[in-house]
Write a protein that binds this ligand. Structure first.
Ligand SMILES: NC(=O)c1ccc[n+]([C@@H]2O[C@H](COP(=O)([O-])OP(=O)(O)OC[C@H]3O[C@@H](n4cnc5c(N)ncnc54)[C@H](OP(=O)(O)O)[C@@H]3O)[C@@H](O)[C@H]2O)c1
Length: 342
């Protein structure tokens, strides 16, 4: 690994601290280096809070140190006034002579303008260092701006003989406790969690984060005829919730009822709505019909399947999905496969 990449890799590592907290902003990490020594580090840790570059720069009190320094940042610095002032202006003001950037910002307000301004002020800009890793780091953010929809993760647990549900199994749990805990970690990382109405009616899920530390995703589900009553956890108002229905219903505390047409392509309608709401990512946790809608339309990015040490013999068959396997892992007696859409 060459010099520049070592510091960029550290910036990526720092950026990951923001996972689950920065949306709708990207995760960003920053390192300031001088003569091979790291002078300062920062990362964007929460939406509305300081940017990574600001935090790294602000740690350095002796301005003389900037003169021969290099700033490494995973994403092009911002050039516009948002919740914080532009990072590009701060870099210029501090006379930092060199900036190494992982990847250009896809959002219209920046998209190369940050790089242009740095160059205009005589700053040496080195672009695309560890570009693939920097893109994967912000896969949700890039999908949102490039495809105009959230990053979609399909997730289910299936028995060893390929069923996701059976009346033979009373408690409905297929996976083991560590797989379930990992699933709660995943929930804390995404903006929204979506399920079908049958899953709500059969399982009465809470769709929150209990076995991990982190924020709850926005609960999202279909309820065409408004059959789901207030006795279900998803309508307890303890968490921001969106219900897609054909009925007209007034919103309640923390619950939005969104009227859509069930005659037209339902997935596109909900994704457009979620895009407008700046929801960057969605984990779809079943059931079969709901998952298959995304698979049929080929609108998904990642799929996480647990195959568990249980035999159900009959019931709902797990969905079939293509894609390429990016990871295999064993968790107790459960096997996890992660697939990426092609
Ligand atoms: N093993 C696992 O990982 C896992 C995870 C989740 C659920 N499950 C199991 O899966 C079972 C439910 O699966 P399921 O396939 O029967 O039902 P589901 O996918 O939970 O819900 C299906 C219902 O959602 C609505 N819906 C979803 N997509 C729609 C679309 N594109 N267009 C219109 N309506 C749509 C429809 O509701 P309306 O009928 O109101 O129109 C449809 O009947 C549950 O019993 C649960 O235990 C297993």
């Amino acid at each position: 690994m060459i010099y520049k990449e070592i510091f960029m890799e550290r910036a990526i590592q720092l950026a990951k601290n923001g996972l689950g907290f920065t949306s709708p902003n990207p995760m960003v990490g920053c390192v300031i280096e001088r003569n091979g020594i790291v002078l300062s580090e920062g990362w964007h840790y929460k939406k509305g809070m300081y940017h990574a570059e600001f935090l790294a720069i602000n740690n350095i009190k002796n301005e003389y140190l900037f003169l021969d320094s290099t700033l490494y940042v995973t994403l092009e610095p911002c050039v516009h006034f948002g919740e914080t002032p532009p990072c590009v202006d701060l870099i210029i003001r501090k006379n930092i002579p060199r900036v190494v950037i992982g990847i250009q910002d896809p959002c219209d307000k920046v998209k190369g303008l940050g790089i242009q301004k740095l160059k205009k002020y005589g700053i040496e800009v080195i672009e695309n260092v560890l570009i693939n890793q920097c893109r994967i780091l912000n896969k949700r953010f890039f999908t949102f701006y490039e495809k105009k929809r959230p990053y979609i993760i399909l997730k289910w647990a299936q028995s060893d003989d390929g069923f996701i549900y059976s009346e033979n199994k009373k408690d409905n749990w297929i996976s083991g406790i560590h797989a379930r805990q990992l699933n709660h970690k995943w929930r804390s990382e995404e903006d929204g969690i979506l399920v079908g109405s049958k899953t709500v009616l059969n399982d009465n899920p809470k769709l929150n984060v209990r076995k991990w530390f982190g924020k709850n995703p926005i609960r999202i589900f279909f309820d065409k005829k408004l059959k789901i009553s207030n006795t279900h956890f998803v309508l307890d108002g303890t968490q921001q919730t969106i219900v897609f229905t054909e009925k007209n219903k007034e919103n309640q505390k923390n619950i939005e009822f969104i009227q859509i047409s069930f005659e037209e392509k339902i997935i596109n309608q909900i994704l457009n709505f979620l895009h407008q709401k700046k929801i960057l990512s969605l984990i779809v946790e079943g059931g079969k019909k709901t998952l298959e809608n995304f698979i049929k339309e080929n609108i998904w990015d990642e799929c996480r399947i647990f195959t568990c040490d249980v035999i159900l013999k009959s019931g709902l068959k797990a969905p079939k999905i293509g894609g390429i396997i990016s990871k295999r892992m064993n968790l107790d007696k459960d096997q996890l496969i992660i697939k990426l859409s092609i």
